[in-house]
Design a binder for this molecule. Structure first.
Ligand SMILES: [Zn+2]
Ligand SMILES: [Zn+2]
Length: 345
């Protein structure tokens, strides 16, 4: 069976005709298989949704109980027959509950990895290499310039700054789903045990992580705390809030931003980020290329991000490779839309 007869790019997203489903569809479909809870991958309005329990819970938190007509929770390693194919979920190491979807038809296996990272993350199950014939990879940081380094070292920089400026507040911009909780967990691993403050838009999802057994120490809502009492503290907020009038409630804030893009100094300057922290939930160039090699795939399809260099790298190694040109997937490391009811929290 040719790979294109199993999975094919369609306007609604990656479509599996023999299985009767789409993966991470950007438009409402009858049956959706969803890799993880970020809003550009997990959208409301589908008929049936298959995803991990955590991804289903995150969709319920964001969209309410009626986000789909029916849902089915799938565990890592569990095999499910859909039409003429079998699917299996494997950990993607991207955020809590994130999964790669292995689609097997006869003896051809295609792995749609969604978003992934091979770096360690105390808040989710580690990435697993899944041997396959065709590997579908993202390319958010698909350029050799992107090497993320060790996230623990970035958190040490943050703690050094807190020690250096005890009279100032530290305001860390971080994506609400995944990145914020990872930064908190890394702070705890580094021995920081003071209360950590949260922007209102992060409370629900962060408490959800705690309910799944992710220890994050003492967390407090920043709302209602007196300005003077925020000196020497750390607050996590969505990236958009850190360049907002919202920051006036903090004493002389040091603005930090946790993102793989902080490797690019010009980006940090543009955003007015005083303390760039290179912490990403996506694989860097070395992670992407090492993962492609480890899967043993002879063919690679590259989705959202910077596809060209990665496609070129694959071809130079004798692998068949092409961009998939899927549309509708955002750049999670950079943007986050905060719902208006949460914005002034
Ligand atoms: Zn994502
Ligand atoms: Zn994505």
């Amino acid at each position: 069976m040719r790979p294109h007869d199993i999975l094919i790019p369609a306007p609604a997203g990656l479509c599996c005709k023999p299985g009767g489903f789409h993966i991470d569809p950007v438009r409402p479909v009858e049956r959706a298989v969803i890799t993880h809870g970020h809003s550009d991958h997990a959208r409301p309005g589908h008929g049936a949704v298959l995803a991990t329990q955590e991804t289903l819970d995150m969709m319920r938190l964001r969209y309410g109980d009626n986000f789909a007509r029916s849902t089915q929770a799938v565990r890592y390693g569990e095999e499910i027959a859909l039409g003429d194919v079998r699917i299996k979920f494997h950990p993607a190491g991207h955020v809590l509950g994130s999964a790669q979807i292995a689609v097997t038809c006869k003896d051809t296996c295609i792995v749609a990895s969604g978003d992934y990272k091979d770096a360690t993350d105390p808040t989710c199950t580690p990435f697993e290499v899944v041997p396959c014939d065709v590997f579908i990879t993202e390319a958010t940081f698909g350029l050799p310039v992107f090497r993320h380094g060790d996230a623990a070292d970035e958190v040490k920089k943050l703690l050094a700054s807190v020690a250096l400026f005890p009279e100032r507040a530290h305001l860390v911009g971080a994506y609400s789903l995944g990145k914020a909780q990872r930064v908190i967990a890394l702070l705890r691993e580094a021995g920081y045990d003071a209360p950590i403050y949260l922007h209102g838009a992060m409370e629900k999802i962060t408490h959800y992580y705690e309910s799944r057994g992710i220890g994050l120490g003492e967390l407090r809502p920043v709302k209602g705390v007196k300005k003077a009492d925020l000196a020497g503290t750390i607050t996590l907020a969505p990236p958009s809030a850190t360049s907002d009038i919202w920051t006036r409630r903090f004493p002389d804030p040091v603005t930090a931003f946790a993102s793989g893009w902080m490797r690019v100094r010009a980006r940090a300057r543009q955003r007015g980020v005083e303390l760039p922290l290179v912490i990403s939930d996506h694989a860097d160039w070395d992670g992407l290329t090492a993962t492609i090699e480890a899967t043993g795939a002879g063919e690679v399809w590259v989705t959202h991000g910077q596809e060209d260099a990665l496609v070129h790298w694959c071809k130079a190694r004798g692998l068949a490779a092409r961009p998939l040109d899927l549309v509708g997937y955002g750049d999670e490391e950079e943007h986050e839309v905060v719902a208006s009811d949460e914005a002034e929290a």
